[in-house]
Design a protein around this ligand. Structure first.
Ligand SMILES: [Ca+2]
Length: 177
């Protein structure tokens, strides 16, 4: 994938439904690697500021007619703290056209089924079958279940004016600023 300027590192790459990604804290800490080539790096990023770019394609056959095929987000301020701070996320500086915008996740710590750090009254990783930097269990779900029959629990995104969309793949990339 060629993105303006180059120099990106892929930290998440998902294309298949073969694996259960709703795993625990240590798996996300150490990273996930599947034999098909899907992976999540999981390693702590070096201190410093990054840009974040994510891209996902929706399942057109099961989506509203007014939904586009591909969505991307580009945030010019991305940082993940160390484990002592539960991998607290810093995100902001949204590039126009990004969808969904995830700046409401700024300041959130990482939640897994065995490490609850979200603001919801239950564990979002248990409720949504997905680890993430959850706030109130919404917005974007790169680690969700592939095409789950319940659209609230699938790998996917919430798009304003459209609703909840399940997606076929997900990539997250970072680039040092
Ligand atoms: Ca909670």
């Amino acid at each position: 994938m060629e993105i303006e300027g180059g120099g990106w590192t892929v930290i998440l790459y998902r294309t298949t439904s073969q694996y259960n990604w709703n795993v625990g804290w240590n798996q996300y800490k150490n990273g996930i690697v599947e034999t098909t080539g899907d992976f999540y790096l999981g390693k702590e990023l070096d201190s410093g500021q990054y840009e974040l770019y994510f891209r996902t394609q929706i399942d057109v056959a099961n989506s509203p007619a007014n939904a586009d095929n591909t969505y991307f987000g580009w945030h010019g301020n991305f940082h993940v703290a160390n484990e002592a701070d539960y991998y607290r996320l810093t995100v902001g500086d949204i590039k126009p056209g990004s969808q969904p915008q995830i700046n409401d996740l700024n300041g959130m710590q990482f939640t897994t089924t065995d490490m609850e750090r979200d603001n919801y009254h239950h564990n979002c990783a248990t409720f949504k079958l997905s680890a993430f930097w959850w706030n109130g269990c919404g917005r974007i779900q790169p680690f969700g279940v592939y095409l789950h029959s319940d659209s609230q629990k699938c790998m996917g995104i919430n798009v304003s004016g459209v609703g909840r969309l399940c997606t076929l793949n997900f990539q997250m990339l970072v680039r040092r600023k």
